[in-house]
Design a protein around this ligand. Structure first.
Ligand code: UDP
Length: 478
């Protein structure tokens, strides 16, 4: 015993979306609630994953479980556990489904043995809680191997895969080959995009549901101009003076008070950008697939020879100094700094490499929130992307977004209408031209930002997400 942990989640009701979400969607959600409650009577809707904190899936689950409970459904969330070898194997599997080889290790019979044994132990314990007719939603490759055990005990099992790759290759094949034996009898499989569905899954078992952002979280809640300025000046991302003496004080999601205290660690020449300087910003982990160096080089073309262009670039990501658990991030950041040193002096003076404090997750989120809201243009020039939450976050904040037409970004932005999609993410000139267009034409930029906000409200808030999950529960045979 002791393999699984139930996560405590507070209750929320969807009423708080009044005035925020699309009224029709909110109505639809409220109208479907009684029939879902009836269907779920006497049953528990379980969510199972491998972590209660950190990462987008855990954040999303926290919201959905809270709204489900607030809607009168017995929704519970449990986290399973495993040893280091299990997590090494599932990380390898995660890379494979992205089409990457990760540490290049095999996914053979020995690995299958470790995977199955770990999940068997978790399943034994889960079986003491899950009853026949309960609905169990398993999340991601780590939990897929639970499906046969739970199905045998009479539960209704669904599996959701939050990752995927547009193109298949030897690695995606390897990953799906590993998972396939566990998924054969699962009646519904949920994917983020159609192109992420592996060949062996029949269309009638597939549901497509995109992720959503939490409009009420520190990352996305409203900030007025004074708050934005206070946060950015305080953290050193924008030059002072502070609009008032006060620091930014906030209420944490657990109800306790918080305050912005830490500063960003920034590589720059000279001073921070002034409050009036138009900022072009990319927020992302320090990962080659986010192409931070390509962003700088594209920006350099924009600046090149144009004394009048006043824009400055901020590349922001998590703090990497001394973080032992992300050696790759630290290495990539070093490479970005080296590339920055090679930029012509005139360009380098306008590029700020900011590593943001991460010790306090909510403080970090508020800094990202303020930076996104203050930016004239948000960019996400990824070479590959699963979904691209930074794009959603920028759209929700009414910012014009320039992003690569890859992965889920293609679903989010309608090119020229709710943002600009880059046809070729490696084309620095195309990128520079898109930035130029938005910076030179504020009306156009504004128009894209307004449409982006509308699209995010319509498609990427929890309201939409809950309606789609509700539809699925109504549709499946239970
Ligand atoms: N993020 C953050 N602080 C940082 C860098 C990134 O909070 O310093 C967040 C960002 O706001 C977004 C998430 O990390 O919510 C990244 O999600 P995305 O889907 O864009 O990319 P991933 O990192 O999952 O590849």
């Amino acid at each position: 015993m002791g393999y699984i942990t139930q996560v405590d989640v507070r209750t929320r009701t969807v009423d708080r979306f009044g005035g925020i979400a699309t009224p029709e969607l909110l109505r639809e959600l409220l109208e479907m609630a009684p029939s879902i409650r009836t269907r779920m009577e006497g049953r528990v809707n379980w969510h199972v994953n491998t972590t209660a904190v950190g990462g987008g899936v855990a954040e999303m689950l926290r919201q959905h479980v809270a709204y489900g409970r607030g809607g009168g459904i017995d929704v519970r969330w449990v986290v399973i556990s495993g040893g280091p070898e299990f997590f090494r194997i599932t990380k390898r599997l995660h890379h494979a489904l992205h089409g990457a080889e990760g540490d290049g290790s095999p996914l053979g019979e020995r690995e299958r043995g470790v995977y199955e044994e770990t999940l068997r132990q978790n399943a034994v314990e889960l079986a003491t809680r899950v009853r026949p007719r309960d609905i169990v939603l398993l999340h991601d490759p780590q939990t897929a191997g639970l499906a046969p055990h739970l199905l045998r005990s009479g539960a209704l099992v669904l599996w959701r895969c939050h990752i995927g790759s547009d193109e298949s290759n030897a690695e995606t094949e390897r990953g799906w080959q590993f998972l396939r034996p566990y998924l054969g009898d699962v009646p519904a499989l949920i994917f983020t995009r159609k192109s992420y569905v592996p060949d062996f899954v029949e269309a009638d078992r597939v549901a497509i549901i995109a992720p959503s952002i939490d409009a009420f979280s520190p990352k996305n809640w409203e900030l007025d101009e004074s708050a934005i300025r206070t946060v950015l000046v305080h953290t050193g991302l924008v030059e002072g003076p502070l609009p008032s003496d006060a620091s930014y004080v906030f209420q944490r999601t657990d109800g306790t008070p918080g305050r912005i205290e830490r500063q960003a660690d920034v590589f720059r020449l000279g001073r921070p950008p002034s409050w009036d300087t138009p900022l072009v910003t990319q927020v992302s982990r320090w990962d080659p697939l986010k192409d931070p160096i390509g962003v700088m080089r594209g920006f350099a073309r924009l600046v090149d020879g144009r004394e009048t262009a006043r824009a400055e670039l901020v590349l922001a990501g998590p703090n990497v100094s001394g973080v032992a658990d992300d050696p790759e991030g630290a290495e990539v950041f070093e490479q970005v700094v080296s590339a920055w040193r090679e930029l012509p002096h005139s360009v380098r003076g306008r590029v700020h490499l900011a590593t943001l404090p991460t010790a306090d997750v909510e403080e970090n989120a508020i800094i990202v929130n303020a930076l996104q809201r203050h930016s004239k243009v948000i960019v996400q020039k990824s070479l590959k992307e699963g979904f691209g939450l930074t794009v959603t976050e920028g759209m929700w904040k009414g910012r014009p977004v320039v992003a690569s037409g890859v992965g889920g970004i293609q679903d989010q932005i309608e090119d020229g209408k709710s943002g600009i999609l880059l046809q070729d993410p490696t084309d620095a000139e195309e990128f520079a031209a898109a930035l130029r267009r938005l910076l030179d034409d504020p009306d156009y930029a504004e128009q894209l930002g307004v449409a982006a906000r509308e699209r995010a409200v319509e498609l990427y808030l929890d309201t939409r997400h809950l309606v789609l999950l509700g539809n699925l529960i109504e549709k499946i045979d239970i």
